[in-house]
Design a binder for this molecule. Sequence first.
Ligand SMILES: Cc1cc2nc3c(=O)[nH]c(=O)nc-3n(C[C@H](O)[C@H](O)[C@H](O)COP(=O)(O)OP(=O)(O)OC[C@H]3O[C@@H](n4cnc5c(N)ncnc54)[C@H](O)[C@@H]3O)c2cc1C
Length: 442
Amino acid sequence: MGPRRSGLNRRALLAGGAAAPFAIAGRPAAAADVDAVVIGAGAAGIAAAHALRAAGRRAIVLEARGRVGGRAFTDTSLGPAFDAGASFIHWAERNPWVAIAREVGIATTAESRGGGFQLFADGRPMAEPDRRRRRDAFRRIERRLEAADLDARDLSIAELIGDLGPELAPVAASGLLLSIGEEAGRISARDYRRLWSGDDLVVPSGYGDLVARSAAGLDIRLAEPVEAIRWDGPGVAVTTPSGTLRAGACIVTVPVGVLKAGTIRFVPELPAATRDALSGLHMGALTKIALKLEGDRFGIAPGTSLLEAAAPERLLNLLMFPGGKDLVIGFCGGDYARGLCEAGAAEARAHLVDLLASMVGSEIRKAVKQVSFPAWWTDPHARGAYSVCDPGHETARDALARPIGGRLFIAGEATAGGGAMTVGGATLAGRAAAAALLARKA
Ligand SMILES: Cc1cc2nc3c(=O)[nH]c(=O)nc-3n(C[C@H](O)[C@H](O)[C@H](O)COP(=O)(O)OP(=O)(O)OC[C@H]3O[C@@H](n4cnc5c(N)ncnc54)[C@H](O)[C@@H]3O)c2cc1C
């Protein structure tokens, strides 16, 4: 985030908002400035604002960062672009982003499997019996998840697979670190089973870039971190360092981690049902670490995944030269990712380079030129990768989505039901919140 500027200068408008007739700062107490305020310009906020605009309502989006897109972000800081957050259009059969990409004129394509997987244990090729054990563990967790009887009560995934034994259970659970970004003991099996599946597509020019482009035409104020929302009057009053904006209603799309951290003060506080819902959700910690490499490619085909899997709790996938780019993208999740985020970019880089050197040879050290570390877990505007439902709290997503006092609407990937944890889900949740706002009695 850049340095603070004065109220009017802070108004970084995207196309369409340039003629906005009022300043946020210094506005005297008055009737609503605008029909609705949308907080957060990620996929959910963008979708909500488009839906309100299409219905003829005036909405302003307040975004804390100096850019739009939130956890969908195409990073170009290393030269070649890579998606630091979301990269797959999941369950493409029903994902709204397939149509949005078409409308914006951006190509989507099936994921190229590239050079396949190579498994390592402590930097050395994994022995065949261990590879077999892994395959077997994954088959068994899939079967267990499909067959488990969750009618009586919810279980954690760890409980569900506990009887695979102390050797196989951690291996079976480790795959979830790279999909859910969380340890199996902290994932609700009922919620997990509810998640939609389907085909994946990718956006070669960047999913984050596509999400950012889709915001064209909206009135978005960047670098406007919301600090407080008053909702005890007939409408809402939303305060940023620039001042206070009054509106008939507010759609809040900040991540669950941000809501739980108390970054935004609600006056009065959120109702008990909403606070209960929040207490049943937390943020997982999938993380990517990107290295820029120059020169030799060490005979590795573009798109090859080198998977370090000696210790299941420290599973790390290194995607080599994706799309032929001079990049290596490391992925990891759970407490391991949290530790790396807290350690910072220099340590994360050193860790990855050591691992690569043991896998490929120490020559690779010289090829590594730069790091970019989108450390979502320690990012104050994300506080994690995406929402995870605690065991026994599988109703939390729906409860969080319930309108509050007819003027506060919480939306985002966390409220997306089976679409949770995804960009497509966030978009559907943003549209649903706008529809609820439009349907309310004035
Ligand atoms: C590493 C990683 C990989 C992922 N991979 C995929 C994938 O392949 N496919 C997929 O579909 N999804 C993936 N996701 C998840 C996906 O990115 C999110 O589910 C989705 O982008 C969430 O959108 P949202 O609008 O709910 O939230 P966000 O995108 O987080 O938007 C919320 C916005 O609120 C802003 N904000 C926060 N605090 C304030 C404040 N106080 N005032 C104003 N604004 C504020 C934030 O800056 C942000 O822009 C991934 C996420 C990560 C981190």
